[in-house]
Design a protein around this ligand. Structure first.
Ligand code: MN
Length: 336
């Protein structure tokens, strides 16, 4: 799991531990397990937020862990062109490469620690697909897609696109040097990441070495979610066990506690976490397919607008989905 990494975590700026004489630890509220499924043309995903109510997720709507999967040649899959309205899609690639293009002129290739932040706003069409050379070669693929809601006043804003390169991510160390903290968006303990967000929030990817403990200050106005990408550990004051594919949700307070299991207790030597939270929007959420609005009438309007071509059109010379090849060992693939 490369994403962005460093040789000497202890040399990075440090996140100070919370002062427990004046600050309160957040209690653990729930631990849920993501079921596995398949997205679009068939890449394997874990539905990270399954079993958690919309009000507890607010301002987030949906999150998929894509992979981790090691594709054989001809196997990599993406999505077809499809619409969105009313929120932002955030794609963070940990391993592998994804190409993206949208109807508003945004797009690019993201790989190994880069993030694309697409504000769908009033409407956009886009495609996410592995580049041709990766389809041919196969290889490792692992990423996250997160949907961040927009408040009613921003749902119909013009679309926008931010490409956040892996090198832009803010790297920090825990106080004990045992955890590498990557700030992708928002800020933690005064250290800001590169992503600009409409809804106040923070998004981190944290790698904890075996046996490390993290006492992480967390904005008291945000909810607090910890998703396990790989490995196993314990969360909260009571040390509830969590492992890959599980989501821990914390209650109100000023900081969270996570511990990585010792060497030998886990198949992975490190505990990999996505830690996220934001200020709840506090509005009704109507989520249907690729649209996230406030009312059913607005969902119907989004579908009508999509069918009338008002969410955008596929550009000329656009990326197109790679159709699964029924003969993956043809001569042009193997060079035979
Ligand atoms: Mn999409």
């Amino acid at each position: 799991m490369p994403a962005v990494t460093v040789d000497n975590v202890a040399a990075l700026p440090r996140v100070n531990e919370p002062d427990s004489t004046v600050m309160t630890e957040r209690p653990l509220a729930s631990v849920t397990t993501a079921p596995s499924g398949f997205e679009g043309e068939g890449f394997p995903v874990r539905r990270a937020f399954a079993g958690v109510s919309m009000s507890d997720l607010d301002p987030f709507v949906h999150m998929d862990q894509m992979g981790e999967v090691n594709y054989a040649p001809g196997e990599p899959k993406g999505t077809p062109w499809h619409p969105h309205r009313g929120f932002e899609t955030v794609t963070y690639m940990i391993d592998g490469t994804f190409a993206h293009q949208d109807s508003h002129g945004g797009g690019g290739v993201i790989t190994d620690g880069a993030t694309q932040w697409m504000t769908a706003g009033g409407g956009i069409l886009h495609i996410e697909t592995p580049p041709e050379e990766l389809v041919v070669s196969g290889g490792l693929f692992h990423g996250i897609q997160l949907w961040v809601n927009l408040p009613a006043k921003d749902k119909m804003i013009p679309p926008a696109y931010q490409g956040l390169e892996a090198g832009d991510v803010t790297l920090l160390s825990s106080t004990d040097g045992g955890s590498l903290i990557r700030v992708i968006a928002g800020e933690v303990a005064g250290h800001a990441g590169p992503g600009s967000t409409h809804t106040p929030m923070a998004l981190l990817h944290v790698t904890m070495s075996a046996g490390a403990q993290l006492r992480l200050p967390w904005n008291a106005g945000f909810n607090a979610l910890v998703y396990v990408l790989a490995g196993s550990g314990r969360v909260g004051a009571e040390g509830r066990p969590v492992q890959v594919g599980q989501l821990a949700r914390f209650g109100a307070g000023d900081w969270i506690t996570v511990r990585a299991d010792d060497v030998g207790a886990s198949r992975h030597s490190e505990l990999e976490l996505l830690i996220l939270g934001g200020r709840p929007i506090g509005e009704p959420v109507e989520h249907y397919g690729p649209f996230v609005m406030n009312t059913r009438a607005e969902i119907q309007q989004a579908m009508d607008d999509f069918h009338a071509g008002r969410l955008g059109s596929i550009p000329e010379n656009a990326l197109m989905p790679h159709v699964p090849d029924p003969h993956p060992f043809r001569a042009e693939h193997t060079g035979i």
